[in-house]
Design a protein around this ligand. Structure first.
Ligand SMILES: Cc1ncc(COP(=O)(O)O)c(C=O)c1O
Length: 459
């Protein structure tokens, strides 16, 4: 059968059979999927043979690109040896032990134990339960509220979607659940007041946080979760001094800090952890995605010794720490994660990121003067371009205009996969990208942006 017919057939089979995450379901019925069938390096190929730069590393995760054979072989070797096992009720396996040790050895601050999960959402869901269990162990049953932030992204399970601060993750899903509150979004470009410096903005947000803790009652506020920089909310970098000031408030009221490193972790910002880049000293850390270069579903929660001691006490009282997933620390996912971390060390991915990041940032910021662009922002190998209807007033486009979606489609046309977050386009390529590929990515983006300007001018 000719390739075109096969492609058409698989699109209609997909429409007939699959419910897609994060998709306009009605539109999908007429538009169908882009069917990606192969990957190599920073590129993926659709089933018609068209090649794209994966400008978002899949979903911010495929750090080593789409053809790292060592990860395939690590999975195969582990499959032959012990293809499946669990870590419930005092069981362990060598590769899980080694991975936990490795994670503790690279943690940004001293951590005591690692709990394995299968995704970022499960990691953050686990954290919610640990915070509650911890405060029960300490005899503080009222200290249960968890603060998150508007525009944050922490996942989609009932608890992690509640932490997420994006309206569509709550709307008609009857979320958020009780005891989760959202405080200010630290996006200076959008929420800074006229004439307010980044530092003054950070001071105001820390003061607002303190007011919120006081009005809720410090004895009821248990923790705050934050991505070092907000990814899926639009690549929002914290303003200068933000984390320093926020942490001072949390410390004052004995509120735990949880760093969600699901995007920032494993060198994305030029350091192994976003917490290091922004001077955070978290009590718990969640990570996933680049932990296995996205090749296997695995995530982890790291906890401090203080938290661990409390969990021990409570589980002794109850007789069990009754939390865990069948695939927590699955041997094959663990083997792939361990190999990923070995590769990061062997190829010194951190130095590579630091070497090519200036090119990424230079090309990204070169769009700042474009008539459609309100703000360009980024660090390391992550960045975003925010489109606006009016540069001087920062007025956004009407959502119904679909400008971000149009730009993203033009990116596809020119051979680049990127992600529209309303009218912000995020770029987060595989960490192995080189300078020529960075140029190619932005050359393609530039053509798509000019098409979008044309579309707006002639509409
Ligand atoms: C910061 C952050 N936390 C949590 C998640 C949820 O991870 P998952 O989709 O693996 O459940 C994501 C996903 O993009 C994320 O970016």
């Amino acid at each position: 059968m000719p390739d075109v017919l096969i492609a058409k057939k698989s699109a209609s089979r997909d429409i007939a059979s699959s419910l897609h995450p994060y998709t306009n379901l009605k539109l999908h019925e007429s538009q169908g999927p882009l069917v990606i069938s192969e990957g190599d390096g920073v590129f993926v190929t659709d089933e018609d043979g068209k090649r794209y730069i994966e400008g978002l590393a899949g979903l911010w995760c495929v750090s080593l690109g789409f053809s790292e054979r060592r990860l395939v072989e690590a999975a195969y070797r582990q499959m032959l040896k012990l293809p499946s096992y669990h870590t419930f009720s005092h069981k362990a396996h060598p590769v899980g032990i080694e991975l936990a040790e490795k994670l503790l050895s690279i943690a940004p601050v001293p951590m005591s134990k690692v709990f394995f999960v299968n995704s970022g959402s499960e990691a953050n869901d686990t954290v919610v339960k640990l915070v509650w269990y911890y405060n029960n162990a300490l005899g503080r049953p009222k200290k249960k509220k968890i603060l998150s932030r508007i525009k944050s992204y922490h996942g989609v399970t009932v608890a992690s979607a509640s932490l997420t601060g994006l309206p569509n993750n709550h709307r008609d899903f009857d979320l958020p659940i009780a005891n989760i509150f959202h405080v200010d979004c630290p996006h200076w470009y959008r929420f800074g007041q006229p004439g307010e410096s980044e530092e003054a903005f950070a001071t105001r947000l820390a003061q607002n946080l303190e007011q919120r803790i006081l009005s809720e009652g410090p004895e009821t506020v248990a923790a705050m979760i934050g991505e070092p920089l907000m990814g899926a909310g639009g690549v929002l970098l914290p303003p200068a001094t933000y984390w320093e000031k926020i942490q001072a408030v949390l410390k004052k009221y004995d509120v735990l800090l949880i760093s969600d490193e699901v995007i920032c972790g494993f060198h994305r910002t030029g350091n192994a952890w976003g917490a290091t880049t922004y001077g955070m000293r978290p009590d718990m850390i969640t990570c996933a995605k680049a932990l296995s270069s996205g090749y296997m579903p695995i995530g982890a929660v790291m906890i401090s010794d203080e938290i661990y001691s409390a969990l021990v006490k409570e589980s002794e009282k109850i007789g069990v720490f009754a939390h865990g997933f069948t695939y927590s620390g699955h041997p094959v996912t663990s083997a792939v994660a361990l190999e990923t971390l070995k590769i990061y060390d062997e190829i010194d991915i951190q130095s590579h990121v630091r070497r090519v990041a200036p090119r990424m940032q230079e090309r990204l910021h070169s769009f700042a003067d474009h008539p459609l662009v309100g703000e360009t922002r980024g660090i390391g190998l992550v960045g975003a371009v925010e489109l606006v209807a009016d540069k001087s007033t920062k007025a956004p486009f009407e959502p119904s205009a679909g400008v971000g979606a149009f730009l993203s489609k033009r990116c596809h046309h020119h051979g680049l996969i990127s992600r529209p977050i309303v009218d912000t386009i995020a770029l987060c390529p595989p960490l192995i990208i080189n300078e020529q590929e960075i140029d190619l990515m932005f050359d393609r983006f530039s053509m798509a942006l000019d098409d979008t300007l044309e579309f707006i001018r002639t509409r």
